[in-house]
Design a protein around this ligand. Structure first.
Ligand code: PLP
Ligand code: COI
Length: 355
């Protein structure tokens, strides 16, 4: 069946898979909704996006994505409130960041309408896939990759922009213990760390595997030059609470400008929590852990929202964080998710109504 909504062609799936999904026990990014948005770049132009059934993609083995990793992606969520209204959180920031990442990877800029109208059309068609349960949401994965062919190491002449979605629960199942990295780096000055480029994540897998073998769940990335500055927590920005001050590092070439991070900074300030955006040294975190002034550490990102860190390892020593009753992490997580799910006012104008 084919129809036009918002001027976007919709080709519906023959049958829905929704009845096979246990919405009370959702993992993260494990089952995929019935449809996806697809948009092709050919002959110097992005063609109009279409909503099509979720399906495999056929590519030539010489497609440049396979050889040179020319790909970027985003991570967003859609929420359904108790009245069944659908909301996004700061979606234009994801759109802008996708193009910032695309530019760094020499991928052509995507028009705003194709992203926003395409996403809205997709969400309308797959509205029933947006979970309403506490702690669940529809994880949205927009991505662009080089579908054009050739072994020449240069930008492709064809790309695909796809959005697919996955009803999802929590990203982390339990406690998160992290290892402060002393050898490997996620990014470097002048590199692609600030972009959401697929290869950035592939490069993290091996050092993270080594950390997992030692009993940690994630790596805390440090600067590539000295390994003395704390930069990110796996695929999340990092916050440290020393006494009552919340500290996060400044964004740079090496650090992703996280939407959750910047929202937390604004939220915390509006709640009169002292916030410092400045470089954080490993030495000060270790010292604070030793003298008891290190109260909390947490990661922040769309997928994990706010993920408390229970302890960290550094130079073969493990440091446990205290178990506090009232943490900034749980307070700020409630503030942000209440805004996202329309349970509270949104004085910042972050919530975006889909219909
Ligand atoms: N840092 C990295 C490396 C990430 O992959 C992510 C995830 O998107 C973040 C930080 C958090 O960014 P955001 O809050 O925009 O999801
Ligand atoms: C997100 O938080 O949305 C991300 O993109 C992280 C991802 C690697 C799961």
């Amino acid at each position: 069946m084919s129809a036009i909504i918002n001027d976007i062609e919709i080709i519906k799936a023959k049958a829905t898979k929704i009845n096979d999904v246990d919405f009370d026990n959702l993992k993260f990014g494990h089952v995929f909704s019935d449809h996806m948005l697809e948009c092709n770049y050919k002959n110097g132009n992005w063609e109009k996006p279409k909503v099509v059934p979720y399906q495999p993609i056929t590519l030539d083995p010489s497609a440049k994505i396979f050889h040179y990793g020319q790909s970027v992606f985003e991570g967003m969520k859609a929420y359904k409130d108790t009245e069944g209204k659908v909301w996004l959180f700061r979606p234009l920031d994801n759109y802008k960041r996708l193009n910032i990442s695309a530019k760094r990877l020499a991928i052509p800029e995507l028009p705003e309408d194709y992203f926003m109208e395409g996403l809205k059309a997709l969400l309308e068609v797959d509205e029933d896939w947006i979970p309403q349960n506490e702690g669940s949401s529809l994880y949205i994965r927009p991505f662009i990759f080089a579908s054009g062919n050739g072994f020449h190491a240069s930008p492709a002449d064809a790309y695909k922009f796809i959005i697919c979605t996955a009803p999802s629960g929590a990203y982390f199942a339990g406690e998160v213990k992290v290892l402060i990295e002393e050898k490997y780096s996620r990014s470097a000055n002048g590199g692609v760390g600030y972009a959401k480029a697929g290869g950035n994540y592939a490069g993290q897998f091996y050092p993270t595997q080594l950390a997992v073998e030692k009993g940690y769940q994630q790596v805390i990335w440090t600067d590539d030059n000295t390994h003395e500055y704390i930069e990110e927590a796996g695929a999340m920005n990092i916050f440290v609470r020393i006494n009552d001050t919340l500290i996060t590092g400044p964004t740079s070439d090496r650090i992703l400008d996280g939407i959750t991070r910047k929202s937390i900074i604004e939220l915390a300030k509006s709640e009169y929590i002292p916030v410092e955006v400045r470089k954080i040294t490993v030495t000060e975190v270790v010292e604070a852990a030793k003298n008891g002034s290190l109260k909390e550490m947490f990661g922040a990102g769309t997928a994990a929202v706010i993920s408390p860190i229970s302890g960290f390892g550094y130079k073969e020593v493990d440091y446990d964080l205290p178990k506090l009753d009232n943490t900034y992490a749980s307070f700020l997580k409630k503030c942000i998710t209440d805004i996202q799910t329309n349970k509270t006012d949104d004085p910042f104008g972050w919530r975006y109504s889909v219909k």
